[in-house]
Design a protein around this ligand. Sequence first.
Ligand code: SAM
Length: 270
Amino acid sequence: MRIDVVSIFPEYLAPLELSLIGKARQDGLLDLQVHDLRAFTTDRHRTVDDTPYGGGAGMVMKPEPWAQALTAVAAARPVGAAVPGSAGKPVLIVPSPAGERFTQAIAHELAEEDHLVFACGRYEGIDERVLEWAADHFTVRPMSLGDYVLNGGEVAVLAMVEAVGRLLPGVVGNPESLVEESHSDGLLEYPVYTKPSSWRDRDVPAVLLSGNHGKIAQWRRHEQYRRTAERRPDLLDEFDAGALPRADRTAFADLGYDVVDGHLLRRPDA
Ligand SMILES: C[S@@+](CC[C@H](N)C(=O)[O-])C[C@H]1O[C@@H](n2cnc3c(N)ncnc32)[C@H](O)[C@@H]1O
């Protein structure tokens, strides 16, 4: 996969040289290039922002440096790469608190692409016409990391590149570890423990020491249900409970949920 990141703070992306993503780059699994937006300006001051039409606080990123930068990176699309779902165009991800919420499902979608471009906004964001213009050359996806406001898109890009990059074949040593993670099946992951089995008067749950793989799997599943119900009950709205075995229905009943027409319904008295 090829990833291009355009930013006025290219140094901000230095962590992408570390750990598994850095190794994936070294191993040639990921071709990641970071570009300085100011390199695409033409004035002496390398200006990338200007005052907003209509007034108001803050500055807005000028369109022309973005058009120049995005034209240059679009040309870097891998030659002969498989045409992905996005109509053969590279995907332009524009981090924005006003974007679609980035999720694990979207990370999986993006991991299927051959060329991702990230446009890091700063100030009050990028002139809206850039996104309209870019739609001729890219599949444009404004993407939010969550319902809060960051100073710039770089932190969001670090998170998204890591989430997507670790799904690429060969990046995570043991692909099994991707299967049971939080959000992989619409639930949060179960709690995990390591040695020693007793630490500061706290014991690892006995079932994990039992060697009974069936019981361990069931315990972990039920812990997923418990944790998700406690911390992210919203995720259970989408959970397909139609095929749950009886023991799992009982686990949900203990948490205050009934299975009705394949969906989990929280009992009003629970
Ligand atoms: C100060 S913010 C601009 C916020 C913008 N005025 C608004 O209210 O939608 C500057 C830049 O930070 C990035 N950013 C801020 N919050 C973000 C979030 N939750 N997810 C992704 N990017 C974010 C975007 O690139 C944005 O252009």
